[in-house]
Design a protein around this ligand. Structure first.
Ligand SMILES: NC(=O)c1ccc[n+]([C@@H]2O[C@H](COP(=O)([O-])OP(=O)(O)OC[C@H]3O[C@@H](n4cnc5c(N)ncnc54)[C@H](OP(=O)(O)O)[C@@H]3O)[C@@H](O)[C@H]2O)c1
Length: 229
C-alpha cells in the first residue's frame, strides 16, 4: 500500500491529483479546510481508496493532528503534495501598496507548506523514503521574473527555495523534494482561458509524487521536464 496526502483538494488541481493517484492504486488522504469539506469531496469522488481529512495549511495544530491520525491509522506516508494556494494580490497593485497581500500570500502559499511539511516529513522518513511535491508556478522562477501579482510571485519563489533547502536537509533519507509548475490550468485560479485542462496540469504533479528511489530531488519541473528555478 502506498499512501499520499494532498493539501488544498476541495477543488481544482488538488482534487484531480487525488483522483489520479487513487486510479493508480494509491490510498489518498484528500485534505481541505473547513468543517466536513474534505469528507464531502472524498464522498463525491466515490473512490474506495480516497478518504477526507480536515486541514487548513495555515494551522499548525491541524497539520499535527493529521500527522497523529495518519500514524495511528496507517503508520506510513509515501507522498506529500503541498498544493494549497491562493492569489491575494489586487489587480494592478504592485509591491508598492501591496504589502498586506504579500504577507497573506507568504502566510498561505509558503508558510502553509512549511507547517504541513514540518508535521508530516518525519513520517516520510520513517517510511524509508518518498516524495514531497511543492506545487509552484513559473511566476515564481527568478530566471523569468516579471511584474504583477507580487505576493504570488514572492510566495512561489520562496516555495522554490524551500524545495532546494528541504532537498538538502533530507538528502540521504530517501525523501525527494521537487517543485512542479502545472502550467496555465483551467481552474478557478487559472480561469476559463487557460491553455491546459485540469487533468493535464495534475498529471505533472502526480509524476513528481510517484518518482522512484532514483528520481531527482531539489528540482523544478513542468510536464516531467526540468525548468529553470
Ligand atoms: N491554475 C493555474 O493556472 C496554476 C498555475 C500555476 C500554479 N498553480 C498552483 O496550483 C495549486 C492549485 O491551484 P488551482 O489552480 O487548483 O486553484 P484553485 O482551484 O483556486 O484551488 C486552490 C485550492 O487551495 C485551497 N486552499 C487555499 N488556501 C488554503 C488553506 N489555507 N488551507 C487549505 N487549503 C487552502 C482552496 O481551498 P478552498 O476551496 O477552501 O478555498 C482550493 O482547494 C496552487 O498552489 C496554485 O498556485 C496553479
Amino acid at each position: 500500500m502506498q499512501l499520499a496526502v494532498v493539501t488544498g483538494a476541495s477543488r481544482g488541481l488538488g482534487r484531480e491529483v487525488c483522483r489520479q493517484l487513487a486510479e493508480q492504486g494509491w490510498t489518498v488522504l484528500l485534505t481541505a479546510r473547513g468543517d466536513g469539506v474534505a469528507e464531502e469531496v472524498a464522498r463525491q469522488l466515490d473512490h474506495p481508496r480516497v478518504e477526507g481529512h480536515r486541514l487548513d495549511v495555515t494551522e499548525p495544530d491541524e497539520a499535527n493532528a493529521l500527522a497523529a491520525a495518519l500514524r495511528e491509522r496507517h503508520g506510513r506516508l509515501d507522498a506529500l503534495v503541498n498544493n494549497a494556494g491562493a492569489i491575494f494580490d489586487a489587480h494592478g497593485v504592485g509591491v508598492l501598496g501591496g504589502a498586506e497581500a504579500i504577507q497573506r500570500s507568504l502566510h498561505t502559499n509558503t508558510m502553509g507548506a512549511v507547517h504541513v511539511t514540518a508535521a508530516l516529513a518525519p513520517l516520510l522518513v520513517e517510511t524509508g523514503g518518498g516524495c514531497i511535491v511543492n506545487v509552484s508556478s513559473g511566476m515564481g522562477a527568478l530566471t523569468d521574473m516579471g511584474t504583477g501579482h507580487p505576493g504570488y510571485r514572492l510566495s512561489k519563489a520562496a516555495m522554490n527555495a524551500l524545495t532546494k533547502v528541504l532537498a538538502g536537509e533530507l538528502r540521504g533519507s530517501g525523501v525527494r523534494v521537487n517543485s512542479v509548475c502545472p502550467g496555465w490550468v483551467a481552474t478557478d485560479m487559472g480561469g476559463p482561458n487557460a491553455t491546459r485542462t485540469v487533468e493535464e496540469g495534475a498529471s505533472g504533479i502526480v509524476w513528481a509524487a510517484t518518482l522512484g528511489p532514483d528520481g531527482p530531488t531539489g528540482g523544478f519541473f513542468r510536464n516531467g521536464q526540468p525548468i529553470d528555478l
